[in-house]
Write a protein that binds this ligand. Sequence first.
Ligand SMILES: [Mg+2]
Length: 163
Amino acid sequence: MRYYIDTEFMESPGRLELISIGIVAEDGREFYAEAHFNENNANDWVRANVLPSLTVDARARMLHADIRETIRAFISTDKPEFWGYYADYDWVVFCWLFGPMVCLPKGWPMYCRDLKQELDRLGNPKVPFKADHEHHALSDAKWIKRAHEWLSQPAPRGEGRPG
Ligand SMILES: [Mg+2]
C-alpha cells in the first residue's frame, strides 16, 4: 500500500531536527505526531510558517521512540511504498526515527518516491488545488495523496487533467 509522508523539520548543516510528521495511507488512514524539539533552533522561516500551524499541545509532543513505534504499528505487516514531495529531507528525518538506514523495518523500501519527480517526468502539469493548511505535515501529506491520485487519472491528450 502507498503511504504519503510529510514532515516539518529544522535544518542546519549536518543536522535535521524533526518537528512534526504526517502520514496518510492509500486506504485513508492517518497518522500525525509532533516531536519534542528545541524551539530555540527554529529559524525565522520556521517561526513564521511552521510553528503557528502546529496543532498538538506542547505537553503532548512525542519522543522519537514513541513516534517510531506508532508508525511501525500503523504500517504493521503491510509492504509499504512511500511517497513524498521534494522528499529528500523528509525521508532522512523519517528514516532517522528508526536509527541507521539498515535499521528500517524488514521489507520496507530504502527509498522514497517523489511526487515532484513524477510531475517533472510528466511535463510539470499544475496541480489545481492546494493543501488546506500548508506546512502542517498531515495536511501536506493529504495533499500529496490527493495530488498523486489526480496525477494518476488518465487525461485525454491535449486536455487538462480533471481537477
Ligand atoms: Mg510540509
